[in-house]
Design a protein around this ligand. Structure first.
Ligand code: NAD
Length: 448
């Protein structure tokens, strides 16, 4: 066994993580750690991804603090055993569910929100009484380094530990007798993680990606739709798992939409976004080359320029693409927004439903029946009506995918539930004993 895994498993068995007081203290410590390390975190995010302080603070640090506060507020209530009803056959007994930690958990994180996506699952894992091994992404090495340093300063290795490294290191960890694996990353790697975990029947949560559509219907508030899509698409230079990947816009409103999104792109990032120090860069050259290659596949409506030294790609809107183009087959994960047009909402619903179930979907339109059609007929992880990304910011909404976009969900209470096993207990009375269940009892047949 890996020495850290053994250390954690042995320590976990001693029962230190179980009490409410312990968990509460650790959550407070985690929050203090984020406050103390705020500056190095912001610097590391700037260094690895060129994130502006504003984006880094709101999408990474503030998000985590809100999540910790929500856990602190509700932890006692979530931890309490839940009494349940029982059939007549159980007369005299008490029946309840205990929320039990799994034990030693492994959290594997991606690079796009390298702090948030490494620490948000930790909040749920420790609130539920587990120990944690974090494997941050190797593609954001400075953030990975800061995560390791701050965790080491605040928590002992037998409780929370950071193991840095690439896929080989991750695979080695997946061969360990973990009690739970929480993975955030791409669909192909998610499949490998699940396959490896299945060898030991380790339960998994898979937070994956894919192509999340946005739909702008003819009755939408076009200006606001363009503003909110520009925000949700180009934040973090499109490197957001729930960013609108591509757009279906009703043909009658396409021209107005393109005009409006151009206005907001310039307002948010300037006409020379490649020179904007606050505009996020692409994480590395292979991703830069991949995203840049999409620019040759359609007709550029806005943007389209790149800076290969700084690894920046302008916020770009394009049309005249088809489903056979790479830009429509791959998850774009960059600042390129292809637009398709349609006549009838029904065709859009059918086309999206024929594809893998998306992680997110965004519908813009005023008519409530149309909104209902879209949210009820298309299967997707979660999403918004008349907005983008906002559902992820509400800790009361479970976040996760469905089908190819993932298995399981987290945030708020859903995080606590994800990292807890529901243990069912029947506490039987010894004051009397009913005869019907025993062999020879004729009553038994009736009762069952
Ligand atoms: P990735 O799958 O390449 O890597 C994720 C993690 O897995 C990293 O820590 C990496 O070291 C490890 N890894 C890579 N290859 C591995 C292998 N063969 N075996 C075991 N581990 C391996 O993903 P990424 O490029 O870091 O992140 C981008 C992807 O993540 C996108 O598809 C995006 O949609 C998705 N994502 C999803 C969410 C979500 O919450 N659903 C959030 C962010 C990103």
């Amino acid at each position: 066994m890996h020495p850290v895994v053994k250390l954690q498993k042995d320590w976990y068995k001693e029962g230190h993580t179980k009490s409410y007081e312990f968990r509460k203290e650790q959550l407070k410590k985690l929050k203090k750690m984020l406050v103390t390390f705020e500056k190095p975190i912001l610097q590391a995010l700037k260094f690895d991804l060129s994130k502006s302080e504003y984006e880094a603070y709101t999408a990474e640090i503030a998000f985590l603090k809100t999540e910790i506060d929500d856990h602190l507020k509700h932890l006692k209530e979530w931890m309490a055993p839940v009494r349940v009803k029982a059939p007549l056959t159980h007369t005299g007994s008490k029946n309840y569910i205990i929320k039990e930690p799994y034990g030693t958990t492994l959290i594997i994180a991606p690079w796009n929100y390298p702090l948030q996506l490494a620490i948000a699952p930790v909040i749920g894992a420790i609130a539920s009484g587990n120990t944690v091994i974090i494997k941050p992404s190797e593609l954001t090495p400075t953030v990975s380094w800061v995560i390791k340093r701050m965790i080491e300063q605040y928590f002992p290795a037998h409780y929370i530990s950071v193991i840095e490294g690439d896929k080989e290191v991750t695979q080695e960890l997946l061969n360990q007798p973990m009690d739970y694996v929480f993975f955030t990353g791409s669909v192909p790697v998610g499949k490998k993680v699940m396959e490896q975990a299945s060898k030991r029947l380790i339960p998994v949560t898979l937070e994956l990606g894919g192509k999340s559509p946005a739909i702008v219907h003819r009755d939408a508030n076009i200006d606001l739709a363009a503003k909110r899509i520009a925000w949700g698409k180009f934040i973090n230079a499109g490197q957001t798992c729930i960013a609108p990947d591509y757009l279906y816009v009703h043909h009658e409103v396409k021209a107005d939409f393109v005009k409006a999104i151009k206005k907001y792109i310039y307002e948010f990032y300037g006409e020379e976004s490649l020179l904007n120090e606050d505009y996020v860069k692409i994480v590395n050259r292979p991703h830069f080359d991949r995203i840049s290659s999409y620019l040759d596949e359609g007709n550029i409506l806005v943007g389209g320029r790149v800076d290969s030294n700084q690894l920046r790609i302008e916020p770009t809107v394009m049309d005249q693409v088809t489903w056979t183009d790479h830009v429509m087959q791959d998850e774009i994960f960059g600042p390129v927004l292809p637009i398709l047009t349609y006549d009838e909402l029904d065709e859009v619903i059918k086309q999206i439903s024929d594809r893998p179930k998306p992680l997110a979907l965004y519908y813009f339109g005023e008519n409530e029946k149309d909104q209902q059609q879209v949210t009820e007929r298309i299967s997707f992880g979660g999403g918004c009506i008349n907005d983008t990304l906002y559902h992820i910011l509400n800790p009361h909404l479970p976040f996760g995918g469905v089908g190819e976009s993932g298995i399981g969900h987290y945030h708020g209470k859903a995080s606590f539930e994800t990292f807890s096993h529901e243990k069912s207990i029947t506490k039987q009375t010894t004051k009397f004993d009913q005869k019907f269940r025993y062999p020879g009892s004729k009553l038994g047949l009736k009762a069952v």
